[in-house]
Design a protein around this ligand. Structure first.
Ligand code: FAQ
Length: 311
């Protein structure tokens, strides 16, 4: 049978996508599809790894043994998600070492939200509740992605993240039902995390560089704005039910559309934070670099063991 031309391969590939088939690692795929996926999955992996830090710092100070255990388990889950995602990106031909080098050198991006400080215990609750909810809404969409290894990783990750939401929500409910000082701590954390969490879904569709191609090839199945709106519609009633206010005067249910309106975040701030100039970018990368150096002997020992086994 005659070899397919590049054009014919692309047509066949797009037909597969339209039929809802999954693309698997050995399959032919356009180079742009591969590049877009490596970019997105590796940034997602870095986000899980760096995402351990803002909450991880609270492990020694968690109020009580039960909260401490739950937080340790959550942070450990995020490390596992990072590993699953690096593995998914490796199936596309990029090595883990290359990806980690890009993170440590500051070249790679990771979720904006992990560059903000966590000065109080309420921040831990709000990350679990708001940030994990935004992450799960996005990841439930990504579980439908056309790339098989990514979609399957997302399914598993979403199961675990839904427990994270419960632990965060439980902490905030306790604060919201507590003393005036506790209630004010919860409100203050929601005030500080509201806009960074809205930014997690990415820039508005008109400013998004990659969405058009990602949607065409079902790398993502919803636009940034659709995902953000789903998050707002889901979370606003929850916030208000706890007696906490949404820090946006414009936030109200639009009777015509059935969706909550909200004021857009400052998109210049998003650009700054993801380009390395957020409140905690330097601190986060320094902690990662130190951890990487301290783990060097473990990697070397594993490598030596592998080499001995192979001889
Ligand atoms: N943060 O053209 P678009 C979690 C970048 S996991 C950082 O719209 P795209 C679990 C974007 O990469 C959270 N960078 O891009 C957890 C691109 O840069 P590039 C992470 C952002 O890809 C919870 C440029 O701006 N989740 O939280 C952001 O179509 C608690 C142009 O943007 C994922 O990574 C941002 N918010 O849409 C862990 C999910 N927004 O590559 C611990 C997978 C945009 O040109 C504790 N990723 N950028 O240099 C996605 O769904 C997408 O990549 C978006 C962006 C939606 C983030």
């Amino acid at each position: 049978m005659a070899e397919l031309t590049g054009e014919e391969r692309l047509v066949e590939f797009e037909r597969r996508i339209d039929r809802g088939e999954k693309v698997e690692p050995g399959d032919w795929m356009p180079e742009d599809y591969r590049r877009n996926l490596i970019r997105m999955i590796s940034q997602h992996a870095h986000s899980e790894i760096v995402g351990q830090l803002p909450e991880g710092k609270w492990i020694p100070y968690a109020p009580g043994f039960r909260r401490k255990l739950t937080l340790i388990a959550k942070v450990q889950d995020e490390a596992g998600h990072g590993q699953l995602l690096y593995r998914a990106a490796e199936t596309l031909g990029k090595t883990r070492e290359e990806m980690i080098d890009e993170l440590l050198s500051g070249k790679a991006k990771y979720a904006n939200v992990f560059n903000y400080p966590t000065p109080t215990w309420a921040d831990v609750g709000v990350i679990g509740w708001l940030v994990d909810t935004a992450a799960v809404i996005n990841q439930t969409m990504l579980a439908q992605s056309s790339y098989g290894p990514y979609a399957r990783a997302m399914k598993r990750i979403c199961y675990e993240e839904s427990f994270h939401i419960k632990q965060g929500y439980d902490s905030i409910v306790t604060l919201a039902k507590g003393t005036a000082a506790q209630r004010s701590m919860a409100q203050d954390a929601v005030n500080r995390w509201w806009y960074p969490t809205l930014m997690m879904s990415g820039p508005p569709d008109a400013m998004s560089v990659h969405s058009q191609q990602a949607l065409r090839w079902r790398i993502k199945t919803k636009s940034n704005e659709q995902v953000r709106q789903e998050f707002v519609d889901h979370i606003v009633p929850q916030i208000r039910a706890l007696g906490i206010s949404v820090p946006d005067q414009e936030c109200r249910l639009d009777g015509t559309t059935g969706h909550y309106r909200y004021s857009p975040p400052d998109w210049e701030e998003l650009k700054r934070v993801i380009s390395g100039d957020g409140p905690c970018n330097k601190e986060r990368l320094e902690v990662r670099r130190k951890a990487h150096e301290e783990g060097r002997w473990v990697r070397e020992a594993l490598q030596a063991h592998q080499t001995r086994k192979a001889v």
